[in-house]
Design a protein. Structure first.
Length: 396
């Protein structure tokens, strides 16, 4: 055997040794095919309705604003779909979360947004025509549908809260126009929906998966040296983090991504532990140390749960306030007197999600007021311009 052959064999052995010491690339999240919703279930009906209204109104499903004429035309064509949605809402929703990457949007979101708008439009139309009973049923449908959607990830939860809010904003200014019997129906329906609402834990868990898919995306880009993809996807603010990653040696790579992934889990787990507390008792999340070279990636991919909890608090507070207003207004219509207090009502209904204490309630004769003290936890007398939250009194 020649010296050249021996040298080649030696180099091959050394090369193999070096390769064997390279740390493996962990899989932080599986981005495989998405599960489909179980056929025949409530969520499957939501998906099918979303698909059908996008096909029915493709241009309207992408609109942000509508003229009066476009709104009326869309509402007329959406009518049968809204009726089917009302029937679908009667069942329990087993939300099937379906992301394949950190940047996927819920495929049905456009259709769901249009259905939510259609319900709010029809509620306003019902009050114009005097069909208050149908307005009550549409409000209950929107509330159940919207809260079901909050079981997705953070963007879908935001959509769900928007569906609830827009329907309530359309209904709330007209509570006094509704009969005592219909108000009792509204109160009972909202109580049932609120008692079945599981809260934000599913959204937090799903958002945690999206965060881990984000960590996976950054690692995949590092591994393939596709650094331009990072800036394009995550924005110019991440350029310092991208530059750091370009110079990151393979020996330091495992510790980098372990720290990055640990931060995603810590952020989600922290808010999972805080979510069920009154807002004023929640502790802020504090990242572990200032020396976090991935912090700009974190800012782009994480930090979505806290804003979602803020939307949840406001929506839950005002939905409970609507149920309480319906209950008290019905009493006034029947007896001429507002209830003296909220003591006979379930604690879950009268609790202000911001403080964990009862809503502020005052009554005198046939008049009453009820409101939340809002995110600062201070009672400002329900004054406009303060942080107190009352039921909406007009279109927003």
């Amino acid at each position: 055997m020649t010296r050249t052959s021996l040298l080649l064999i030696g180099l091959t052995v050394l090369s193999g040794c070096r390769q064997s010491t390279t740390a493996p690339y962990p899989e932080w999240a599986d981005g495989g095919p998405s599960p489909r919703p179980a056929p025949g279930g409530t969520f499957a009906a939501y998906v099918a309705l979303a698909d059908s209204v996008v096909k029915l109104l493709p241009e309207d499903s992408a609109k942000v604003t509508f003229s009066d004429g476009a709104r009326k035309s869309a509402m007329d064509r959406l009518g049968p779909s809204l009726d089917r949605l009302s029937k679908a809402c009667q069942g329990r929703c087993d939300y099937s979360y379906r992301p394949e990457s950190a940047f996927d949007t819920e495929p049905s979101a456009r259709g769901w947004r249009l259905l939510g708008r259609g319900l709010a439009w029809r509620i306003r139309s019902c009050f114009e025509s005097g069909d208050t009973g149908r307005a009550v049923e549409d409000l209950l449908t929107a509330t159940k549908f919207g809260l079901d959607l909050t079981q997705g990830d953070a963007p879908t939860a935001s959509l769900g809260f928007a569906v609830c809010n827009e329907a309530r904003q359309a209904f709330a200014p007209h509570v006094g126009e509704v009969s005592a019997q219909q108000l009792t129906r509204l109160d009972a329906g909202l109580r049932k929906i609120l008692s079945d609402y599981p809260g934000t834990m599913a959204a937090i868990e799903h958002e945690k998966r999206r965060m881990m898919l984000g960590v996976q995306f950054v690692q995949d880009c590092y591994r393939a040296q596709r650094f331009d993809d990072l800036t394009q996807r995550l924005g110019k603010d991440t350029k310092p983090a991208v530059s750091y990653l370009k110079d990151l040696s393979d020996s330091k790579r495992p510790a980098y991504f372990e720290g990055f992934a640990a931060e995603a889990k810590d952020y989600a787990d922290h808010w999972a532990g805080q979510a069920d507390k009154p807002a004023v008792d929640r502790s802020p999340w504090e990242p572990a140390g200032a020396d976090r070279p991935w912090r700009r990636f974190s800012r782009a991919l994480f930090e979505t749960v806290e804003p979602t909890l803020a939307l949840h608090d406001a929506c839950l507070a005002r939905t409970r306030l609507l149920a309480l207003s319906a209950w008290a207004t019905a009493k006034v219509k029947v007896t001429g007197q507002a209830p003296a207090n909220l003591s006979k009502l379930p604690e879950s209904l009268v609790t202000d999600p911001y403080t964990g204490r009862p809503f502020v309630y005052r009554s005198a004769g046939g008049d009453f007021s009820v409101y939340s003290v809002g995110p600062d936890g201070l009672d400002d007398g329900g004054q406009d311009g303060s942080s107190d939250l009352a039921l909406e009194s007009g279109d927003l």
